[in-house]
Design a protein around this ligand. Sequence first.
Ligand code: GMT
Length: 376
Amino acid sequence: MNIGIVCYPTFGGSGVLATELGKALADKGYNIHFITYQQPVRLTGFTPNIYYHEVRVPTYPLFDFPPYETALASTMVDVIRNNNLDLLHVHYAIPHAAAAYMAKKILEQEGRRIPVITTLHGTDITLVGKDKTYAPVVAFSINQSDAITAVSQNLREQTYANFNIEKEIDVIYNFVDIIRFSKKPIDAFRKVIAPNGERIILHASNFRKIKRIADVIHIFNKIIKEVPSKMLLVGDGPERPMAEELCRELAICDHVRFVGKQQDMEEMYAISDLFLLPSEYESFGLSALEAMAGGAAVVSSNAGGLPEIIKPGYNGYMAAVGDVENMSRYAKQILKEDSVLAQFKENARLSAKKFDIGNIVPQYEELYEKFVLVHS
Ligand code: GMT
C-alpha cells in the first residue's frame, strides 16, 4: 500500500506521532510518502521505502500571506498522481483536512478516488479549530474525510461538543515504542545533571501558554524545599523567557537547566524520576506517555485526556489545573522515599505498555484496509 502522510514537521506531538506512525508502517513494508514543509524532526536516517516531499510555497510581492494551503493541496495532487498513492492520512485538521479535500476533488475529476483519513490531535479542535475564523472550514473538512480518528476519548467528545460532526469518530490512542524508550540511564549523564544523587524532574513541551510553564517552576520550587532535586526543561517556545526570569526571581537557577529542543528524548526520560505536565489542556499528553515508558512517574493536571493515561496513586497523580499546591504535595509524596519512587517508576513503565506501538499501529492498518479494499 502506498500511503501519504501529512503533518506538521516540528517537535509538536502531532508531528511526532505522525512521523513515528510512518516509520512503523514503513518497517512493515508499506511505502510511506511524507508531505510536509520541512523534513519532520523525528525523520532521521535513510529508509528505502520512506519518501519525503517538500511543500514549497513560492512567494510573490502581492502575497502578504503566501497561500500555503493551495501549495499543500497542489503538492498532494502531484505526489498522489506520480506515486500512485492509495490513501492520504492527514494529522491535525488545520489546514491539512481542507487541503486534502481540495486534492481529493481535483483527482476525482480525473477518475481517481483517494480516501482521506483525518486524525484530530487536540488544539486543532479545542483551541484553534473552534475559533470562528476557522470553524466552518474545519467542521466541513472533517465531515468530508472518509474516516476520522481522535487520539483520546476526551478529544472525541470535545469534537462532537464543538462541531456538528455527522460521522463516527474512532478513538485510536497515541502510542510509544516501549523497546526504544526502555533505555538504561546513562550514569555519566545523570551525574552531570544531579552530581549528588538528587532526584531529576523533567518537563518537555513547546513552552506555549497552554502548558502553564510558570506552574512547572512553582511546583519545582516547592519540591526542592523538601527533596533535593534538579529540574530539566526540554523544548523551547514563547514562554521560555518568562520561565527563565521566574527562576531568577525565585533564586533557583542553580537547580534548573533549560536544555532547548532535543532529539534523543529517550535519554532524557531514562535519567528522570518525575515528569511534570500541569497543562491547561492536553488531548492526550504524548510526552507524559513517553516519559512513563522511560520509567518516570507523572504529576499532571487532570485536564482533557490525561485521566485516560494517568492512574492516581499508581503511575502518578493529577490535580485540578492551576492547583500548584496539590501537584507539589503529590510530587513530594512520590519522590521522598526511594522505595515509593521505585514502585511508581515501575508502574509507569507497566502502564505505558498498553499504548505500545505494537498494539496501536495495527488499529490504523485495519482502518486503512477498510478504505483501500472498498475503493481500489
Ligand atoms: O501540545 C501541543 O501543543 C502540540 C500538539 C500538536 O498538535 O502537535 O499536541 C497535541 O497532540 C499531541 C499528539 O496527539 C497530544 O499528545 C497533545 O496532548 C496535544 N496537545 C494539546 O491538546 C494541547
